[in-house]
Design a protein around this ligand. Structure first.
Ligand code: AMP
Length: 585
């Protein structure tokens, strides 16, 4: 039985496999190795995942969602069409598409996977990821940290111990990990990061910069509506990507606003140096995280043998420059930063199902785990302190216990509040759950001992057990918080069936489209756009109508000749229609 490795990213996802000792990322039908982590429904209700969904994002934001990973582990609801979805349900759709991609590429059913998460993910986020996999019909063999997976992907076969710094800057998250690799064993020594720092922030900074330029050029503001701003953000991301390979790049966005009856465009050349000025402060924060990780691992920059870059945002030259300068060595290259996490996950999956690959994984917990407790101080007893039971960076799996005493006479109840984090004040950390040990026998303060036992498993899931010493009364808590209840087997079955139905409906629709093709095939989302264009035509003045007709003619040609320009023209049309509709309001 083959098991795949999946990098379920904020922006992009990939699926990889080990076959005959070789590891590779599996392509989709379009040959693309990357599946954008975007989900949507077409206007006919067909489920769209990846580029197709991304393409309709600007035109149909009410039916499309991206970056769902930022919400994992919460009960944030996304409305897609007429239904609401929880973050793990959207992720399940992405995972299901990756499963299908793997099955198509390999010609066999895939039921097992290793899935990666940022090292900084909380327990709730890990649990939600696991549940998403299960809904997608995958047995999740293990959840592993992305930087660990990346380190596994580098074929470091030397017998010497190598200390590797993995710097992972993606679309929405940043992680840095210090990993020690000896022969076949990978051990994470320390990890740090920021769940909310990534390429998306650079895009937003660049968007504001463009808003400024527009104001200077035209003396008016870019309209503040969601659609125009979304267009600008998309253009900002493209500009940022262009600036990774060019010292100057040009942005051209037509119909961004109006002044009286005149349509206003944004066209400007942006020097790389301007982007660098905008993002430098954020990158400086990432260097500080490197220093903290090194301190935790008890290492100096000179002790690092190799630097590995992961995540699309590490393609930015300034990122590489700042890291090289800070650590006094240049990062390794050779593996694509977007693919190494999936490759590493596949290696680990291979190990777990007994493929002959030589890699063993040792991981650490990213946050300290403990409970709120009272401490005795010269001013008396102070409640609410964070008593750490498992310190950050302990190797997993790990089990630790600590004994606590009652603080008042005849105390009947002990409240166990579990937190993760590094702050000495319990409340300042992330709450993971709480429960009570009740009906304690009447005893003076300090007369009752309660042992609190933490079990942290290889998937990053924490089980807390308390035992009252002497009487043996027990309480248990499986940490699984933030609104994500573990699904019962019935709920899981139902969720799977719903997902199956979505994907089956999808297949039926594809067949029926084929049957009705007569002359030229038109993708459903293009057909919907063309429909809207026809309706819009009658509302336009003659100059705009002519412009639209010209665009429609170009699209017709591009579609008939299957030209690569089609998707760009389609985007232009979508932008045009928005401009026209906002102009009406
Ligand atoms: P990941 O989460 O690793 O897929 O990274 C996605 C992020 O990388 C997004 O913010 C992209 O805009 C960004 N990205 C991808 N390619 C490049 C590039 N060549 N230069 C700068 N940023 C990039």
């Amino acid at each position: 039985m083959k098991a795949v490795g999946i990098d379920l990213g904020t922006t992009n996802s990939e699926v990889a496999i080990v076959e005959n000792g070789q590891v590779r990322v599996l392509p989709g039908e379009d040959g693309d190795l990357i599946l954008p982590s975007c989900v949507g429904f077409s206007d006919t209700g067909k489920v769209l995942v990846g580029r197709e969904a991304l393409r309709q994002y600007a035109a149909a934001p009410e039916r499309t969602v991206k970056s769902i990973k930022r919400w994992m582990g919460t009960d944030h609801k996304t409305t897609l069409g007429d239904k609401e979805y929880l973050p793990h349900e959207v992720s399940a759709i992405i995972l299901r598409a990756l499963k299908q991609r793997a099955e198509n590429a390999l010609g066999e059913t895939i039921t097992q996977a290793v899935i990666t998460v940022p090292a900084y993910f909380t327990d709730a986020q890990r649990q939600a990821t696991k549940t998403a996999g299960e809904i997608a019909g995958l047995e999740v063999l293990q959840i592993i940290n992305e930087p660990t997976a990346a380190a596994l992907a580098y074929d470091l076969r030397s017998e010497e111990t190598e200390r590797v710094l993995v710097y992972d800057l993606g679309g929405g998250t940043f992680d840095v990990s210090v990993v020690e690799i000896t022969g076949e064993v990978t051990e994470v020594l320390a990890t740090h990061g920021n769940n909310r720092l990534g390429g998306d922030d650079f895009d937003r900074l660049l968007q504001l910069y463009l808003v400024d330029i527009f104001r200077k050029q035209h003396g008016v503001d870019v309209p503040d509506d969601a659609v125009t701003q979304a267009r600008l953000l998309r253009a900002a991301e493209q500009l940022k990507i262009d600036l990774s390979s060019h010292a100057f790049a040009t942005i051209r966005e037509a119909f961004l606003g109006t002044k009286g009856k005149t349509a206003l465009h944004l066209e400007t050349e942006v020097p790389r140096a301007d982007l660098e000025k905008l993002i430098r402060p954020l990158l400086t924060e990432t260097l500080e995280a490197i220093d903290r990780a090194l301190t935790d691992a008890d290492l100096l920059p000179g002790d690092i043998d190799r630097i590995i870059l992961v995540g699309g945002s590490t393609r930015i030259p300034l990122v590489q420059e700042m890291i090289s300068e800070h650590l006094g060595q240049t990062p390794s290259d050779g593996i694509q930063p977007d693919l190494c996490v999936a490759l590493g996950a596949a290696l680990q999956a291979g190990v777990l199902v007994g493929e002959s690959v030589d890699a063993i994984l040792v991981d650490v917990i990213p946050h300290s785990l403990g409970i709120a407790a009272a401490v005795t101080t010269p001013m008396g007893i102070m409640p609410g302190y964070f008593s750490v039971i498992i310190p950050r960076n302990s190797v997993v799996p790990v089990s630790r216990s600590q004994v606590y005493y009652t603080v008042s006479d005849e105390q009947e109840v002990v409240e166990i509040e579990v937190f993760q984090g590094e702050n000495a004040i319990a409340e300042e950390n992330v709450p993971l759950g709480d429960f009570r040990v009740e009906n304690l026998p009447p005893k003076p303060a300090g007369g009752i001992q309660v042992e609190v036992h933490f079990d942290f498993d290889i998937n990053g899931i924490l089980t807390v057990t308390t035992t009252e010493k002497g009487k043996g009364q027990q309480g248990t808590l499986v940490v699984n918080n933030a609104g994500i209840e573990k699904l019962s087997s019935h709920e899981l079955k139902q969720a799977r069936a719903d997902l199956d139905a979505l994907f089956e409906a999808d297949e039926t629709i594809e067949i029926s489209t084929e049957e009705t093709i007569s002359v030229v095939e038109i993708a459903p989302e293009l057909a919907a756009l063309l429909d809207r264009a026809q309706q819009t035509l009658s509302t336009l003045d003659s100059e705009q109508a002519e412009e639209l007709e010209d665009l429609l003619a170009q699209i017709e040609n591009a579609n008939a000749s299957k030209s690569a320009e089609l998707s760009q023209l389609q985007e232009e049309l979508s932008d045009f229609l928005y401009y026209a509709s906002t102009n009406d309001e």
